[in-house]
Ligand binder design. Structure first.
Ligand code: MLT
Length: 329
């Protein structure tokens, strides 16, 4: 009895000591499960921050939207009631319009082109989103092209007609799908799987890795590589929280953020190949690009000037497009 009281007391002291040893705690939220590259990036960020700060900073990860939907959490970051988040740019855009430059349809031919553009955009983008949403991006993560999953083959624009496709609630995705002749359904990310299951929607678009981590293969039979957008997602920290740190901790957070995002991009590429193999094994029909891809591309690209007003104005949009185009050279 005496021994077990001593053991229990030692455990309490040990766990309290662990809590006391961290001077700062970063609560980091994201909307995916533990097998998704977003989570692996979060885990890398935790490892690096804790290592570089010699344990002065602890990172607690909250996956699966457990602290709230992606846009809702981004709002909490402004107040500093949650500290950090990795989220899809489309879910940040309603709060930080300037981030929409990362979402112009058919802006990139490859992920390596996107990396160059995103790295060059990080600093000028931060100047704007700190003002707009009170958040700072430590790096811009990327998970590959978003692909269209459906419950019937879609190989041409004609095949798409009449389908109820969920998009993230941002105007760029909505207008792009409208330019393809359908009325998309904006919906919070957390609601997508049940909506597919109950056939409230016929399809959605997200990277290959998400089709695995969110088990879309259970409710979707076909995938088309519409290539219209790469999943980009900033690792953001509340500016209010960031400014409350001493300089050495700010430096740790910035360095760890950049390295974690680089790791996340690399792991995404590996996991994308694995996801394609796994989806094939599970009997999902992979169609590659649409046969009439040029039509999809030209109607979506024609919308760019129309988007400039909502992504921070023509001056910023044209500057950002210049950066994106130089990255492609
Ligand atoms: C979405 O479609 O809302 C996002 O791509 C989900 C995610 O963050 O993985």
């Amino acid at each position: 009895m005496f021994k077990s009281i001593i053991a229990a007391t030692a455990m309490v002291l040990a766990s309290s000591q662990f809590v006391w040893s961290a001077d700062y705690t970063i609560r980091l939220s994201h909307g995916d499960n533990e097998t998704n590259p977003t989570h692996l990036t979060a885990v890398k960020f935790k490892e690096l921050v804790e290592q570089y700060s010699d344990g002065k900073v602890e990172v607690q990860i909250y996956p699966n939207n457990s602290l709230g939907g992606e846009s809702e959490v981004a709002q909490a970051l402004r107040m500093g009631s949650i500290d950090a988040e990795i989220l899809y740019t489309g879910n940040l855009m309603p709060l930080a319009p300037s981030s929409g430059v990362l979402m112009l349809p058919y802006a990139y031919n490859s992920t390596s082109e996107a990396h160059k553009a995103m790295d060059a955009l990080l600093e000028p983008l931060n100047e704007r989103i700190i003002q707009e949403a009170g958040v700072r991006a430590l790096g811009l993560m990327e998970k590959g092209f978003r692909v269209l999953t459906t419950n019937k083959p879609v190989e041409t624009l004609d095949d798409l007609q009449g389908l109820k496709i969920r998009v993230s609630p941002n105007d760029i995705a909505i207008q792009t799908f409208k330019s393809w002749g359908i009325e998309p359904i904006p919906m919070d990310w957390a609601e997508v799987f049940p909506a597919l299951q109950q056939r409230v929607i016929d399809g959605q678009e997200n990277p290959y890795t998400t089709a695995i981590s969110s088990r879309f293969y259970e409710v979707q039979s076909d995938i088309t590589e519409i290539h219209y957008m790469i999943w980009t997602g900033p690792l953001i920290i509340s500016e209010r929280v960031f400014q409350s740190y001493p300089e050495d901790i700010q430096q740790v957070v910035v360095k760890a953020g950049k390295e974690a995002v680089d790791y996340g991009r690399q792991v995404s590429a590996e996991k994308t190949d694995e996801a394609i193999a796994e989806l094939t094994k599970r009997g999902v029909n992979l169609h590659g690009a649409p046969k009439d891809e040029e039509k999809w591309q030209s109607s979506a690209q024609a919308l760019w000037p129309q988007f400039y007003g909502q992504i921070g104005g023509a001056e910023w949009a044209e500057k950002a497009v210049g950066i994106i185009k130089s990255a492609a050279k």
